[in-house]
Design a protein around this ligand. Sequence first.
Ligand code: S3P
Length: 205
Amino acid sequence: MSNKKHRKNSEYQKGQHLVLIGFMGSGKTSIGRSLSYKLKRAFYDTDKMIEDREGVTISDIFASKGEKYFRELETDVLREIREDRIPRIYSLGGGTPVSLQNQPLIKTIGTVVYLRLLPEEVWERLKGDTTRPLLQCDDPLSKIKSLMKLRAPAYERCADIIIDNGSKDRDEVISEILGELEKRGWEIPPESYLQSKADDTENKE
Ligand code: S3P
């Protein structure tokens, strides 16, 4: 096997973005929005970027042009983000890190946070959801389990920070992420960090 396959995250020249990855329903969008407020950076969801460009929903893209076409759009968006010099927060679609072509791109874009959930936790959150074409099947829980098994190594390979997001409340997760970023030399606006800690305390009471 080539050395390239075994590169560690630290060997990639990192961009300045904060990138959120994880399975469908792992909270990337809501955590991303809160982090945007705390870190005073704009937040973008790549699914939304794709929908805006194509002028249709992700479900429509899957139905009319197929998953392969959608995956090409995801790679195009990653290439654009790599060229974006203003530090922002990006949340990626749950399947984006799976492609071997996308993994080095994701690692170079910035610091990558993997929001990890158990399949049962995903199912609890997404029961009744109709916007994820991959889960519109007879047995969505089995599909979640098999996809998760396939994808977990890809998420782990891309991640700089792994946060278990299943049983924690949002502020606790935000606090953990800010703490991890601070350890890596990020400047966290003090009031944001303190506010998160304060929120944590309130929520535990
Ligand atoms: C997908 C996840 C979705 C969306 C598309 C495919 C996947 O994004 O990109 O439905 O393959 O896991 P979210 O993770 O934001 O739900």
